[in-house]
Write a protein that binds this ligand. Structure first.
Ligand SMILES: Cc1ncc(COP(=O)(O)O)c(C=O)c1O
Length: 427
């Protein structure tokens, strides 16, 4: 067999491809489904992104929370390298067991509290997938099956309540209930079975319920929808409605979970326990794709028996190793507490800037999930200026500058960021 030391693969040919060529290659050979900022990243570490000439940008996006532990966290990288060098990273046929999956499932099931406690203290079970949207669909399947099997709703008639300005991903079923016309125009037929009401409006939720309703799918804070925190008591109100009407309450914490808002899970701010929890992004530390749907064991067993779901790479060994180590890092480095502490410092500085700015309408958010809504409704104007000053940020819902850096941000980095926000928003 070839010795690994004899294999020489230059994957990037960094010295020869210019930034302009990189952009050109993508224009020519890639789908244009993202409008990108003109910046080519060659290297990522901690909170920093570096270009070919060594230019550094502070990463205020953290890949929408995927890089919560910071880019290339050394412990997670080591876990992955060890797995690859130890020959236990490869995808294995799903007809057999792997030790990595077993260990990961136990960890992912036991970190959240008992979900859906009204179904008993059975522990949680986990169904792993690759990307967030896949796990959202798993949660939708769970609620529909529960409606069909446990509530006797005719198959095909199940309905799930969702919220205006939601964001749960981009596949057909999920864009079917998006409020954004652009996401679904021309991609019909869209998937039926969803009723969308205003975020934060409990009366609207009550009015949307009928005999076919089987679940409520909600982001405990909206990320792409403009970084909104729901009114106090909203999640608790949803919990009451779900209990009274026997609906599954599903929380999508793909963006706001795993420390982002200053708690391990965003639902902990209101002390409300969902029936199903969807996690992705940071669960693998930003290095390989992994997502999960977690629910009460009893519910999981009702819906998912052999043949009812599956994914070749969902829960494959390399992803599981990343998941095991990333969850350890998030807990052992107390990243949720760090997010609360650093978020408080950062938000206070941003509020001070906002108080002296003619351009800021509102500052909102929790932990290191902070939105700066601008008066002119066009946050990208400011994000482009920030890019010129060495900060990568983008908008949420057009009108809000998204401030969601890796949770390992330190006080010097907060100063770096706020000095530049000051330049863009005040000077
Ligand atoms: C709340 C929420 N749900 C689902 C998704 C989709 O995740 P993915 O892009 O991994 O499919 C995202 C992505 O930003 C998200 O923020």
């Amino acid at each position: 067999m070839t010795d690994i030391k004899d294999i020489n693969i230059d994957l990037r040919d960094n010295g020869h491809i210019t930034d302009d060529q990189v952009v050109e290659f993508e224009k020519t050979y890639g789908a244009h489904h993202y409008g990108r900022l003109k910046m080519v990243v060659r290297h990522a570490e901690g909170c920093w992104l570096t270009g070919v000439d060594g230019t550094k940008h502070f990463d205020c996006l953290a890949a929408y929370s995927a890089a919560n532990p910071g880019h290339h966290h050394p412990t997670i990288v080591k876990g992955l390298v060890d797995a690859l060098q130890g020959n236990y990273g490869s995808v294995i046929s799903n007809v057999v067991y792997t030790d990595t999956l077993g260990v990961f499932l136990k960890k992912a099931a036991t970190i959240p509290p008992q979900l859906a406690p009204r179904f008993g203290n059975n522990g949680n079970k986990v169904l792993p997938k690759n990307g967030g949207v896949e796990s959202v669909e798993t949660a939708i399947k769970m609620a529909r099956y529960y409606g069909y099997k446990a509530k006797g709703i005719a198959d095909g008639k199940q309905e799930i309540i969702v919220f205006n300005n939601n964001f749960h991903g981009r596949m057909i079923t999920v864009v079917s209930f998006s409020s954004s016309h652009k996401y679904k125009e021309g991609f019909g037929p869209i998937t039926p079975g969803f009723v969308s009401v205003d975020y934060g409006e409990l009366e609207a939720v009550k009015n949307a319920i009928n005999e076919n309703t089987c679940g409520i799918l909600v982001e405990p804070m909206q990320g792409e929808g403009g970084m909104y925190q729901p009114p106090d008591g909203f999640l608790k109100g949803l919990r009451d409605i779900a209990d009274k009407n026997d609906l599954l309450l599903l929380f999508d914490e793909i963006q706001v979970g795993l420390g982002r808002t200053g708690k391990m899970f965003c639902f902990e701010h209101e002390n409300v326990i969902p029936d199903g929890l969807i996690l992705g992004k940071a669960i693998s530390g930003g290095l390989v794709p992994l997502s999960v749907f977690i629910t009460n064991s009893q519910l999981m067993d009702i819906a998912f028996q052999p043949g009812k779901d599956g994914s070749t790479y969902g829960g494959y060994p390399l992803a599981c190793v990343a998941g095991i180590v990333a969850l350890d890092v998030i807990i052992s480095e107390k990243l949720a507490e760090r997010s609360a502490k650093m978020g408080k410092i950062l938000k206070a500085k941003i509020e001070d800037i906002a108080g002296r700015s003619a351009y800021v309408k509102e500052v909102r958010g929790r932990g290191l999930f902070i939105g700066i809504e601008v008066n002119n409704g066009d946050a990208m104007v400011y994000c482009k200026k920030l890019l010129d000053l060495g900060v990568l940020a983008n908008d949420s819902h057009g009108h809000t500058i998204r401030i969601s850096p890796p949770l390992v941000i330190n006080e010097q980095e907060i100063d770096y960021l706020t000095e530049r926000l000051e330049k863009v928003l005040v000077d």
